[in-house]
Every structure is written in structure tokens, then in C-alpha cells.
Design a protein around this ligand. Structure first.
Ligand code: SF4
Length: 509
């Protein structure tokens, strides 16, 4: 390992702030400190941690590090130059130095995983949730990301319509597999009609050809999703889409979710959600495919979301029918997974009697009420499942995860219970804040009772009810939202990305 001062080439770079340096690592020995920035590797600008790891995987790598000139330098500062960050010129003088590693992890942990920012989508989908969000939330919730790198790292769905030839080359060369792709329909004309991509934002028109793209990415595993709109891509079109997807060896599965609506749709196409009859039709079609594909491919392949079963009033499939729950974050199997860990041994009575309200969305209230029925036999414990209407997004939004502090304040009277338990999915990752920035403490004060997050399983929820145990359940914004808010956690990185050695845990990239 060597360290030298030098003048870098004058090309656009994306300085990557360094969060921490592993003790005794090559970077530490070269004098790199938190707050320094990575500029280039082997003279090349680096756009993200994936490109960084890819360059390191080639063997010898020379890293160029910068530090503002006002910060004391480990060697004599000589070199001042201007660095462009994301197209913006910084005029502050910086010092740079190099160090080289060979088949070694330099020991750097970066502030962000994307050094050049999140890639935005090139579409204006009829069903876009961002377009129907009420105003006034955190900016990050309005970011229309469509970034294949986040898809690989965190499992967020991408449309692939904004890819350049360079991006496609990277996916293949760096083997960014698996990716999570929003297909919606295999019919090219219908896909364009539903997604309305902006010609000016589409870098390579070929990228919008979904069948061609799936075939170009034949070496990349694809978990696909279909957002279904009644009367558009359901019915026979759904069958045609499944016919195509199920014949592609690199398509691993297709999650099917109904369009999500709010009451804030203004100047947007007229769309509606599924009727129970239509939901039953979808499940019937899906089941025909699931049986056929289980016999032919050894996988049910098509996984309708929980919402379809609830809308149709049909029983959820058993645990094994979810095949390991790969699409859990997409609302596929969350309820079955929740019910899976049954109730712990229950006491016959509580020493201190208490009334508990379980707040949840309209969609899940009935199922939750049935699930907690055995707890009602405990003497001294009064449990009420409260179906909370979504006042923020509108009654049409019936899922639990989008309930806000405002909804709970309206649904629960101050002091009417000892404890309010809210779904953990209403909380932003790593915080006690809801989507409207209401904290659990705010609710405790307003409602004059304890307020706690519930569990991601029935057993965990029972422990919260009985013992006030802390939940470790999923929270809102686990993945891409955390990136958008600069709150990246290594634990949210898809296992595949870690296994592939593309990122370290915790993000020593
Ligand atoms: S790709 Fe996603 S973010 Fe972009 S318009 Fe469509 S639904 Fe909205």
C-alpha cells in the first residue's frame, strides 16, 4: 500500500463522503478520516458503492481521497483544485492523496450508497401513488425513484424504462441479480398506455420494450410485479402476461397487487379499485396458473397480494404456498406470516387489569379481531380491535401501514383505554415517527394513554399486549425510503446483494 499526493484529471466526479474508517485497515493506515471524500478509483469517477466494489474486485485499486484544505492534512498540503459534485462546482480548495490496495478491502464506510443521487423515473403512470399523495409530507415521500441499483440493493421495484445502454451493460457486467421489476403487462402497447413514459426522459427507447429487456437480461434473475387495474390489464390480458412471463427462465415470480388509491387524485385518469367479484375472478385465473406452473416449473410463480384475498373474501393460502415469502414487502403473505407465529402460552388472568385498543386499517381489522380472540379469555384483559379510518389519504386507503397520527387521534378518545397498540408498519424506519411526523410520544400525550408499536407476528403482538415487550417488527421506510432520507441501514440490504459481495455489512463499501 502506498500514499502519494497528485493532481487528478479534470473530469466530473461525485465525491462520496466517508462515514467511518475501519481501525487498522489500509485506509486507516493511509490517514483517511471520517469526513474525507472518495473521488476516484483507478482514475475513474465512481457513482455508487456497487461500482466501487466492482473496481475493487479487479485486484489492484488506487483510491483518490479528498479533504477540505482547512482540515489539517496528514502530509504537506500542496494541491488545490476544483471538484464538480453532481454538476455543481465547489469552489472550496481541497487536498487530495492516493493510496493503493491489492485484493484488500480498504475499510471505508460511506455516508450514502449512491454517490451521484437517485435515478428518477421516466414515466407518468396512471396509477402512480406519488401523484395522489396529499401535500405537506416529507420531501422524500414525493421522490419518484426508479433506480436499478436500489432494486438490487434493497428490492425496490423498477420499470427499467429509464436505462441507458451503459446502465444495461452495468447490470449484465456487474451481475446485478436479482432485480425487482414492475412489468404490469407484457403487452407493449398497453404498457405504454398505462405508464405514459416521457420521451424526453427515456434515454434509450429500446429500454421501454419490456419483453426485449427481459430477454436481454437473461442472465439476471427477475422478481416481477404486476399492479392490476380493473378493466385494463386484468382478465385476458393478465393471462397473456402470465403466458409470457412464465416462459422466461430468468423470471422467478410475479407478485400481483391491486391499484392503490387515495382520495387526493386530482386531474388524474379515472381509475377505480377492484370489486369483490373482480378480485375473485383474478384469484380464479391466478389459481389456474399456479397449479399448472407448480406442476411444470416447481413453483406457483404467481403470488396475489393479501389485499386480493381480503377483497374477494377468500381464505389466505397456507404458509407453504408462499414458498418462503420472497415478496413479503410487497404485501404478499404479510398476514399469513403474521399469523404463522401463533400465540404464546397465555395466563388465565392479569394481575393488573388493563384495556388495550389494537388500532389497524379497515382491511385487516376483521382478521385481527379473529386472531386475538383467545386473549379475550384472560381475566382482567379487555381487548378491542379498532378499525381506523384513514383521514389523511381517504377511506379508500384501507391498509394499516398508511395510517397517520391524525387518524389515531380521531379514532381514539383520550383516556378510553390504558394502551393503544399501533401497527409497526406505521412507523418510519428506526424511529417512533409516523408518516405525518406524529411521534408515539405525541400520541401518548394527546390520548392520555400508553402507545406502543405492535408486532410483525401474532406471537410478538401478544407479548406486547401482555408484557409491554418492545416490538422488533418491520417499520415504514425500511429500504429505499431510508436511502432517500439518508438513513441507510445495512440490515435493509437484500441478502443477495450481501452474498454477492457487492456490499459489506455494515456497508463498509
Ligand atoms: S414508475 Fe413509479 S414513481 Fe414513476 S410514475 Fe410510475 S408509479 Fe409513479
Amino acid at each position: 500500500m502506498t500514499a502519494t499526493l497528485f493532481s487528478p484529471p479534470s473530469e466530473e466526479v461525485y465525491p462520496a463522503p466517508i462515514k467511518s474508517v475501519e481501525p487498522n485497515s489500509p485506509a486507516a493506515r493511509a490517514g483517511v478520516r471520517p469526513g474525507d471524500q472518495l473521488l476516484r478509483v483507478n482514475g475513474q469517477a465512481v457513482t455508487d458503492v456497487l461500482a466501487y466494489r466492482h473496481l475493487l474486485s479487479q485486484g489492484e485499486a488506487t483510491l483518490e481521497i479528498s479533504r477540505p484544505a482547512k482540515v489539517p492534512f496528514f502530509a504537506t498540503p500542496q494541491d488545490h483544485h476544483t471538484v464538480k459534485a453532481g454538476g455543481e462546482a465547489q469552489t472550496e480548495p481541497v487536498q487530495t492523496f492516493l493510496f493503493t490496495v491489492e485484493w484488500e478491502d480498504p475499510g471505508l464506510d460511506f455516508e450514502e450508497v449512491l454517490f451521484d443521487g437517485i435515478k428518477k423515473c421516466a414515466n407518468k403512470c396512471d396509477f402512480c401513488y406519488v401523484h395522489q399523495m396529499p401535500r405537506g409530507f416529507r420531501k422524500s415521500l414525493y421522490i419518484m425513484d426508479d433506480d436499478y441499483r436500489l432494486s438490487f440493493l434493497y428490492g425496490s421495484f423498477v420499470t427499467l424504462t429509464n436505462l441507458s445502454e451503459h446502465d444495461i451493460g452495468r447490470i449484465i457486467d456487474e451481475n446485478l441479480s436479482p432485480l425487482y421489476v414492475s412489468v404490469h403487462t407484457a403487452n407493449q402497447e398497453l404498457r405504454r398506455d398505462m405508464m405514459k413514459w416521457w420521451r424526453l426522459k427515456v434515454k434509450d427507447p429500446q429500454a421501454t420494450q419490456i419483453q426485449g429487456m427481459i430477454e436481454r437480461l437473461e442472465g439476471i434473475d427477475l422478481y416481477t410485479q404486476i399492479v392490476l387495474l380493473p378493466g385494463r390489464n386484468d382478465g385476458d390480458n393478465f393471462d397473456e402476461t402470465m403466458e409470457y412471463l412464465s416462459t422466461r427462465p430468468n423470471v422467478i415470480s410475479a407478485a400481483v397487487v391491486p391499484i392503490g388509491l387515495t382520495e387526493h387524485r386530482k386531474n388524474l385518469p379515472d381509475v377505480r379499485t377492484f370489486t369483490p367479484h373482480e378480485a375473485r375472478d383474478l384469484l380464479k385465473r391466478a389459481n389456474v396458473w399456479r397449479e399448472k406452473l407448480l406442476a411444470e416449473r416447481g413453483t406457483r410463480f404467481i403470488f396475489p397480494s393479501d389485499e386480493f384475498y381480503l377483497l374477494a373474501g377468500e381464505p389466505l393460502p397456507p404458509e407453504d404456498a408462499y414458498e418462503g415469502f420472497p415478496m413479503l414487502e410487497n404485501g404478499v403473505g404479510m398476514i399469513r406470516d403474521f399469523l404463522n407465529e401463533g400465540l404464546p402460552p397465555l395466563p388465565t388472568r392479569l394481575d393488573t387489569p388493563r384495556k388495550v385498543i389494537l388500532g389497524t386499517g379497515l382491511l385487516f381489522a376483521e382478521s385481527l379481531d379473529l386472531a386475538v380472540e383467545p386473549l379475550r379469555a384472560i381475566e382482567g384483559l379487555e381487548i378491542e380491535v379498532r378499525a381506523v379510518e384513514n383521514l389523511t389519504f381517504g377511506k379508500v386507503t384501507s391498509v394499516a401501514g398508511l395510517l397517520t397520527g391524525r387518524c389515531f387521534r380521531a379514532a381514539v378518545k383520550p383516556g378510553e383505554a390504558d394502551v393503544l397498540i399501533v401497527p409497526p408498519t406505521t412507523l418510519r424506519y428506526g424511529t417512533e415517527l409516523m408518516i405525518d411526523n406524529t411521534s408515539l410520544d405525541d400520541l401518548r400525550t394527546a390520548l392520555k394513554m400508553d402507545v406502543r408499536p405492535g408486532g410483525s407476528t401474532l406471537g410478538e403482538l401478544a407479548r406486547v399486549i401482555l408484557e409491554g415487550a418492545l416490538s422488533s417488527g418491520p417499520q415504514f421506510g425500511m429500504s429505499v425510503h431510508a436511502v432517500k432520507e439518508g438513513a441507510v441501514k445495512a440490515s435493509t440490504v437484500k441478502e443477495g446483494a450481501v452474498k454477492a459481495g457487492m456490499v459489506n455489512t455494515p456497508f463498509q463499501s
